[in-house]
Design a protein around this ligand. Structure first.
Ligand code: COI
Length: 370
């Protein structure tokens, strides 16, 4: 429901800057860059260790035309979110997992990664530097009308994008002599704006990842190749694309930006992380939460034919959170799935976001307060 009184008209917002933040229309935000004020930058020579970086004003960076990232795509990214909880705290969800994933990716791409401790500390510093985007009022939000929560619980978060890129010059194929670890942020709403479920199209022409490649790490190079499929699917009215495995073309793997699950009876199944699937942190968390409420969770090859029998299909990811799939189309078949209040995906979405937003106690040690 849209706020009846706009926050910027309130005397609680005292400066022009506060008005700027308060004027963000969270309902219309979607997932597009809204630059915030500061970013974090650290540099490191190959083979040395990253030491503490600095918070600098958000802006363009200067980079050698011969940089590893520009020429050979030597780069990784991460995605996590800072939430404003109902009782006014700012929290992160499992940032240590992002830090570990960046280390695994750096090993695959022969890059020097920040230590997990430095990663988490840098994320905290970046969020604190931009904390207006998650906290505009010093008054605890429980004393305020719902529209004062910025982002309002359940409507948005501060998306945090850590990057590890080869910025040293390399003309021949090699690992770059210098690395930059950079973090910027953007307030975001829903990745897909439609409140109903996604309409996925199975891509029979392109593959996202192959055995022995980089599909299992968050390499920047995994993402631009999906754009062609995405544009084609969107031009035919679909919301997103579901990729099949490269080896057989018989099993489902991953959607362009997120992991996928199917439900049949009491069994929730998701493709295994055996090198071609991104080991999603939301994927891992949702598997645990589904087990907690009595479902059997299987990580196994899921054949595309199983989509015909599934009762529900849903996607998970940091940007996506948990999103129901309404239809999947492959060849000339369009299969419809359960969505809405009674769907398991809705239940899991609520359980997860209640933990993230501090609505329920975090018994798993997943929440890190800033
Ligand atoms: C995320 O969920 O953080 C992602 O990496 C999705 C991104 C490609 C938009």
């Amino acid at each position: 429901m849209a706020p009846s009184v706009h926050p910027s008209s309130s005397p609680l917002f005292t400066s022009k800057a506060d008005e700027k933040y308060a004027n963000v229309k969270w309902d219309e935000l979607g997932f597009a860059l809204v630059p915030t004020d500061y970013m974090y930058v650290a540099k490191c020579k190959q083979g040395e260790r990253f030491s503490k970086g600095e918070i600098v004003p958000y802006g363009d960076i200067s980079i050698s035309p011969c940089a590893g990232i520009l020429n050979y795509g030597q780069g990784l990214f991460e995605g996590l979110k800072a939430y404003r909880t109902e009782d006014g705290r700012i929290t992160l969800f499992r940032p240590d997992q992002n830090a570990i994933r960046m280390q695994t990716g750096a090993d695959r791409l022969c890059m020097t990664p920040p230590s997990p401790e430095l990663f988490v500390e840098a994320v905290k510093q970046t969020v604190l530097a931009n904390n207006k985007w998650v906290m505009v009022s010093l008054i605890p939000s429980r004393f305020l009308p719902f529209w004062f929560y910025v982002p309002p619980p359940g409507k948005g978060a501060l998306y945090i994008r850590p990057l590890l890129i080869g910025t040293g010059a390399v003309l021949g194929i090699a690992s770059a002599p210098e690395y930059t670890f950079l973090i910027y942020t953007s307030p975001v709403g829903n990745y897909h704006k439609a409140s109903s479920g996604l309409n996925l199209k199975v891509d029979h022409n392109h593959r996202r990842a192959h055995f022995g490649g980089t599909g299992g790490v968050k390499s920047c190079t995994n993402y631009s190749p999906v754009v062609k499929s995405l544009i084609e699917a969107k031009s035919s009215g679909f919301s997103d694309v579901l990729f099949l495995d490269a080896a057989t073309g018989k099993n489902i793997e991953e959607v362009s930006t997120c992991n996928i699950f199917i439900l049949k009876g009491n069994i929730v199944s998701t493709p295994p992380t055996s090198g071609t699937i991104l080991p999603g942190i939301t994927r891992k968390s949702i598997s645990e939460l589904a087990r907690d409420i009595g479902y059997q969770v299987q990580e196994r090859d899921v054949s595309v034919d199983e989509l015909l029998e599934a009762e529900e299909v849903f996607c998970t990811g940091t940007a996506m959170v948990v999103k129901a799939v309404e239809t999947v189309t492959f060849h000339d078949k369009k299969i419809k799935y359960k969505t809405g209040e009674k769907a398991l995906s809705t239940k899991l979405h609520l359980i997860l976001t209640n933990i993230q937003m501090g609505v329920v106690e975090d018994k798993k040690g997943w929440i890190v307060e800033i």
